[in-house]
Write a protein that binds this ligand. Sequence first.
Ligand code: PNW
Length: 502
Amino acid sequence: MKTNPTRRELIKVAGTAAISLPAISFVAGDATSTSDQTRSQSSNTRTFPKGFYWGVATSAYQIEGAWNEDGKGRSIWDTYTHTPGKIKNNDTGDVANDHYHRYKEDVALMKDVGANAYRFSIAWPRIFPDGTGQPNAKGLDFYNRLVDELVAAGIAPFATLYHWDLPQRLQDKGGWQSRETPKAFGDYAGYVAEKLSDRVKHFFTINEFHTFVDMGYQGYESQVGGGAVTLEIAPGLKLPPADLNQVRHHAVLGHGLAVQAIRAKAKQGAKCGPAENINIAVPLIESSEHIKAAEIATREANAPYLTVILEGKYTEAYLKTAGKDAPQFNDDDVKIISAPVDFVGINVYRPSFYALTSDKPGGYREVPFSASHPKMRSSWHVFGPESLYWASKFVQSLWKAKEIYITENGCAADDQLTDDGKVYDTDRVMFLRNYLTQLQRATADGVPVKGYFQWSLMDNFEWSAGYGNRFGIVYVDFKTQKRTPKLSAQWFRETARRNAVV
Ligand code: PNW
C-alpha cells in the first residue's frame, strides 16, 4: 500500500514525552498526485460559485498602531486603553501590528495566503482629527497608499468606515448619544467615498451595531454553555434602557446618512451596505415548524439594527417591550435608516441561541446552551457551524438581500510557535472547515453569498482581551513584529485556490 510519507510523518508521535513534528511546507502544492486528484473530485460537491471573493479582514485600531502620527486625532479607544484596568495586561493599540508602517509587507502576506479581497477599516480620526471640520491630508494619504498597493497586487479593497474608533472630540460632545454624531458620520463617509471610490468599489458603513452599542454603552451579557459572560468595550458607559435605545437609533441613523452621502459623492459603480454581527437563532431541529420559529426569532433579535435598516420600521414587539424606553424618532429618520443598500454584510461567529417552535405568543422559545456545549478560545465563543448557514439563509428569506457578504468569521485559539517555527492550529482548521461547509451549503441552495472574509489576516489587538486572544491565520510575534503563516493559512490558501472546502 502506498501512503503519502509527509502525512504519515505528520501524525507519527515520536518517543514518550517529546512530540516531534516534521517541517511542512506552507506553500500550496500543485494538484498533480493521484490522491490530490481524488480529493479534488470528491470536493466538487463543496464548490463555491464562480467569482467568489476569498478575503481576509482587519480593522484600523486593531493593527495600525501609529496612534499619534501624521496629525491623527485621539479616538475613544486611545482614551479607553490608556485607562489602567480596562484591558487585559493593560495592553494598548499604540503600536499594535505596526501596520501603518508595514502595510506593504502585509499586502504581500495577503497575496501569500491566497486572498483576492481585503476588508480593512478607515480610522475616522486620521481623516478628521476632531470628527468634523478640516480634513487631515496625511491621514487620507495613508489609505491612498494602501489602496494603491492592494490594486497593484490584484486584491479587491473593501473599506469599512466605522470600526469603533470614534474621534474623542465627538465623544466629549456626547458621542452616539448625540444626534450630531450620525450627522458628522454621514459627512465623513461622503468625503472618504468621494476620495477613494475611483479604486474602492465596496464600502461598509458601520461594523457591528449590536456589539459596539450594547457592549460600549451598557455592557452586554452573552449566553454561553452553563451561564453568561459580561462583555464591555469603549467608551465603557452603563446607560439606562431609554438612553441605550436612543444610541441604537442614532447608530442606524448614522448608517442611513452614510448610505445617502456615499450615493451622492461616490463615483459610479461604488456599492455600500452595513456589516452587522447579526443575532442568529439557529433551529435546533431542521423541520419546517422549528425553522419558521428560528426565522421569527432572528427577525426580532435584530429589531433595533438590521430589521429596521432592511424593513424601514421597528417591529411591534420591540416597541412594545421597550415601552416608555422606546427611542424618540420621526418618520424621516426611518426613511433615512432604510435607504436601499446594495448588499448586506454579516459577521458570523456563533449562534446567539437555539430556537424551537412554541405555542406561546411570539411563536418560538430559546433553548439554553448545555453546560458542556463546545467553545472556542474567547469566553463568548460558542461553537455552532450551522449559524453560518442559517444567518445567510434568513437574510435572504426575511429581507430578500440581493447580495450577501460574510464580512467576518473565524476564531481565537491558543496558538503556539513550535520549535520548528510553525503553528499547528488544528482547532482553527476544524472550525473553518465546519463553518465553510455550512456556507457552501447556503450557496448551493442559491443564497446569493458573494464573498467570505476570514477574521483575521493576522493576530492583533483583540479589544478587552488585549493581545492574548489570537484570531489570525498568520501568527504575529509582537516583540519583533515577525509574521508567520499558521497551518490554517495553508488551509485557507488551498480552499481559495480551489474555490471549494478542502
Ligand atoms: C468582532 N460576540 O467582535 C469585531 O468586529 C472584531 O473587531 C473582533 O476582533 C472580532 O469580532 C473577534 O472578536 C465581536 O460576543 C465581539 O459574539 C464579540 C462577539 C462577536 C464579535
